[in-house]
Design a protein around this ligand. Structure first.
Ligand SMILES: *Cc1c(COP(=O)(O)O)cnc(C)c1O
Length: 457
């Protein structure tokens, strides 16, 4: 038998070693790799017929594609909210593929129990007493699953099962939120509730946090149950809704409380900031992203809920050849996927390797870097913070065209920031959530901005 596949099987140890060596060189070269290159167009290659084996594929990847890849794993990719991958998370992710477990159900492997353990650790870390959880691919999916369960809860209040009877039986649903993330709109679209179901509620003056009095008025004007999406960390200014005040409204108005704590949930790890997420456990569903501030590879988030019965009603996947639902439901009864990779393993590795102490240090380090950049930027002429640095994001106005500044930063190869518009003002955001970021990186970004904004003659 000679074929690339058979040859690769014979040479597997050497091929994995070569891949490992290459990965090591990529990580060692992060500092030289442009943080966010404008990739040159890669000419299309024909569909391979005979195949070149893993060594050939590695060479082709290295030559054709890798040069245009970003340095987003490094310390100065401050666009969006972007985490990196801790060493342990990388090791766990490699082993996820080596073991290739299907965590759809609990039979024949202890992998699902590892996911349970990881979810329980994360639940404890975020203080989510009374919640069950399951891994999903990202915060968008976590929001979507939370709303799907909330939709079923509203149905139950109206004597309808959306899971069985469909949306038409449910009628309209109102979703109330202050400064909802774009993924909330998307999830409502996918779920058939519709983007128009989202009714923006006023935020506090100069804030992205919801005005709880305005929320109360909106709830009082409804004559049935609603979904409230509270925000625990908005992307522009990392503002937090007052979760305890919102929870207090539940004594008077029926609503499903979903908290989008995608990255803001990590405030729970910082003693100085944990108060921002006080009350989180009282929510009906909670979204926590892991590929941001936990620094595990894409794609990983957890969906937490107190209402597993309703979750199973929505997502159950029963068939004669599959295990029946008894005890802890299998994961394919809980999330959109049936077959699922063991996403939990990377999180399990990083939590085991560094513990809450190590992850607290990552969180507080990012917060400190954001504060440092924020303070230094205010000394630059014409630069103005559009909000105080509340956690790990600096949102600031620059003189001139922000798009040109964003481009100049990226073209330098040294850093990457993304533009936004906050309260009608075009702005830049620097979001810190990578474990590698040091105070010196904040200084480098400051110096870069200084040079871009005040060019030397
Ligand atoms: C990033 C983010 C999302 C969406 O997360 P994905 O992991 O990209 O799907 C949702 N909500 C908030 C607050 C976020 O920061």
């Amino acid at each position: 038998m000679t074929s690339p596949l058979a040859d690769d099987l014979a040479a597997l140890p050497e091929l994995l070693q070569a891949t490992r060596d290459y990965a090591v060189s990529v990580l060692a070269g992060l500092d030289e790799r442009p943080v966010a290159p404008t990739p040159a167009r890669v000419p299309a290659a024909p569909l391979p017929v005979a195949g070149v084996g893993t060594a050939g594929a590695l060479a082709a990847f290295e030559r054709r594609w890798a040069p245009g890849f970003s340095g987003s794993a490094g310390p100065r990719y401050l666009g969006f909210v972007t985490g990196g991958t801790t060493p342990a998370a990388l090791a766990g992710d490699w082993l996820t593929s080596a073991f290739d477990q299907n965590v759809s159900n609990r039979s024949g492997s202890s992998a699902a129990a590892l996911e349970d353990e990881t979810v329980a650790w994360l639940g404890e870390m975020f203080g989510l007493t009374g919640h069950h959880g399951a891994f999903v691919s990202g915060a968008t999916m976590s929001n979507l699953v939370g709303f799907a369960i909330g939709r079923e809860w509203i149905g139950a209040r109206r004597g309808v099962s959306v899971a069985r009877q469909g949306l038409a039986a449910l009628g309209e649903v109102t979703v109330l939120s202050g400064a909802a993330h774009s993924s909330v709109h998307k999830a409502l679209s996918i779920l058939g509730l519709g983007r128009d179901a989202l009714r923006p509620v006023a935020t506090l003056p100069d804030r992205e946090a919801v005005d709880v009095a305005a929320l109360e008025s909106a709830l009082a004007a409804l004559d049935g149950p609603a979904i409230v999406v509270a925000n625990a960390g908005t992307v522009n200014t990392v503002d937090f809704d007052d979760l305890r005040a919102i929870l207090a409204l539940r004594d008077r108005y029926p609503f499903w409380l979903h908290v989008d704590a995608a990255f803001g949930g990590f405030a729970a790890l910082s003693p100085e900031h944990a108060h921002l997420v006080a009350g989180l456990a009282g929510a009906d569903s909670v979204c926590i992203d892991l590929h941001k501030w936990l620094n595990v590879p894409y794609d990983a988030a957890v969906q937490f809920t107190r209402h597993r019965d309703l979750q199973v009603a929505v997502f159950q996947n029963s068939a004669a050849y599959l295990p029946a639902i008894t005890g802890d439901p299998d994961f394919f009864h809980l999330t959109p996927e049936n077959s699922r990779r063991l996403r939990a393993l990377a999180a399990w590795f990083t939590l085991t390797a560094y513990g809450t102490d190590g992850h607290r240090a990552i969180v507080t380090g990012a917060i400190a870097a954001a504060h440092r950049l924020g303070e230094r930027l205010t000394a630059l002429p014409g630069v103005r913070l559009l909000a105080p640095v509340r956690l790990n994001v600096v949102c600031f106005h620059v003189p001139g065209d922000p798009a040109a500044v964003v481009r100049a930063i990226a073209d330098s190869g040294e850093a990457f920031l993304t533009p936004t518009v906050y309260q009608g003002v075009p702005a830049l955001r620097a979001a810190f959530s990578n474990w590698r970021t040091a105070p010196a990186d904040a200084d480098r970004v400051h110096d870069l901005l200084r040079d871009i904004l005040t060019p030397r003659p």
